[in-house]
Write a protein that binds this ligand. Structure first.
Ligand code: SAH
Ligand code: SF4
Length: 402
């Protein structure tokens, strides 16, 4: 409550100051981010800036289209465009680089207004467009197979910075539509980019409210997935506050192996994770996804399959087998296609739902666990290495127990 009151005071102060100080260099330093404002907050901003209330709805409509630069909001008077620029951080992200995969996947490298880089991925399909958002700058959790985990952690993203990733992709899709046959708008969001979403509860919960809000992008909770390595109290709180689809980075069915692959397991072992998953609210016909990256000789043996089967609750959960996406210097080798499909088949024979996830954007290092912000040159040399060692992962297929 106190936080909300401070936020509102700051908003009103900024709006008032932007009117009084327009044209001067006396702009207030602490400014809220436009993509993080609700319609109600924008209405307050307009009031304080001496603007009619209907302007808030106009700005909101632009933002929902992905346009956050006031100069592009054609129906606003110049004075209001300037007041928005003075009073708010309108575009917290700047596009540094965009890469397009042969399968249509787009990877964006954004610079943050406050410093640091993040990556966002668009995964287009014929009937949907999924944006994979980052939630942190790096990750502290150190899963040894994950590229993001090797990056130094330097902070949480704000709700505005998370929502701005989705808005920027929407804008990009309008300016540069996808080839025919691919859905050219954002319909689904997955929190599977850089970072551990549930280690950034403020940013993630607030961004979820904004993305799901009727006056915002109005995306159904059924179309949003939060992926977590298994922070148990935070999973419970997510279930209470915003029960979106849940994906768990499981990767092992025994504590001994999971302690190694997902070190947060030492704090929240499988028994505690089990209780959190059993308590998570699920709509009818929906399942929790258990992600399982397949590492040759590490978690793909018969004993691993037995441990996995013993953990899964087949009524409420399904297993999604993921190809290991190699990165330069990564210490593991991915399981072969053939063995992955055999593993999936065995799970299905045991009565589980199991799928093999199609790898997307692998040629531009946009696949899961490959996200790590690079500068152009480094990225280029890594892409060259990838091209030289290209394997058959692009021709993935899906096996489904559904
Ligand atoms: N921190 C969250 C979300 C980001 S990672 C989490 O761990 O769930 C998104 C997914 O990519 C997770 O399931 C993660 O385990 C998986 N992943 C990480 N590195 C990978 C890699 N090199 N290859 C394939 N999947 C990977
Ligand atoms: Fe962090 Fe997830 Fe990578 Fe683990 S898999 S290091 S939790 S981003």
């Amino acid at each position: 409550m106190a936080v909300k009151a401070t936020r509102m005071a700051l908003l009103l102060y900024n709006a008032a100051m932007s009117v009084e100080t327009t044209g001067s260099s006396d702009t207030p330093k602490q400014r809220l981010q436009l993509p993080a404002l609700s319609l109600a907050e924008l209405t307050q901003f307009m009031k304080a800036a001496g603007q009619p209330a209907f302007r808030a709805k106009q700005v909101c409509d632009w933002v929902n289209k992905g346009i956050t630069d006031p100069a592009r909001m054609a129906n606003l008077p110049a004075a209001l465009q300037q007041a928005l620029n003075e009073g708010l951080i309108c575009s917290p992200l700047t596009l540094i680089e965009r890469q397009t995969s042969t399968d249509g996947t787009r990877k964006y490298l954004f610079g943050l207004e406050r410093g640091g880089n993040i990556e966002t991925v668009l995964i287009p399909e014929p009937s949907r467009g999924t944006v994979c958002v980052s939630s942190q700058l790096g990750c502290v959790l150190d899963c040894p197979f994950c590229h993001t985990g090797t990056q130094r952690f330097s902070g949480n993203l704000s709700a505005g910075e998370i929502v701005a990733q989705v808005l920027a992709v929407k804008d990009d899709l309008r300016n540069d539509p996808l080839p025919e046959g691919l859905h050219t708008d954002v319909t689904h969001i997955v929190y599977m980019g850089m970072g551990e979403p549930l280690a950034n509860e403020d940013g993630v919960h607030d961004s979820l409210s904004l993305l799901m809000g009727e006056q915002g992008l109005n995306i159904s909770r059924r179309r949003i997935t939060v992926s977590t390595s298994g922070l148990v109290p935070q999973i419970m709180r997510l279930g209470e506050a915003a029960p979106v689809n849940l994906a768990i980075s499981l990767h092992a069915g025994s504590d001994a192996l999971r302690d190694e692959l997902v070190p947060i397991n030492r704090k929240y072992p499988l028994q505690e994770l089990r209780a959190a998953l059993d308590a998570y609210p699920l709509p009818a016909q929906r399942h929790i996804t258990l992600e399982y990256v397949m590492l040759a000789g590490v978690n793909d043996r018969d004993a691993d399959l037995d441990a996995l089967c013993a953990f899964v609750n087949p009524q409420r959960e399904r297993v999604n087998l993921i190809h290991f996406n190699a990165w330069p210097g990564s210490p593991y080798t991915g399981t072969s296609q053939q063995h992955m499909h055999r593993f999936a088949g065995l799970l299905i024979n045991k009565g589980l739902r199991a799928t093999v996830r199609r790898s997307r954007g692998d040629d531009i290092m946009a696949a899961c666990g490959q996200l790590k912000s690079h500068l152009g040159g480094q990225l280029k040399s890594q892409l060259e290495q990838r091209a030289a060692s290209a394997d058959s992962r692009d021709s993935d297929t899906t096996v489904s127990g559904d």
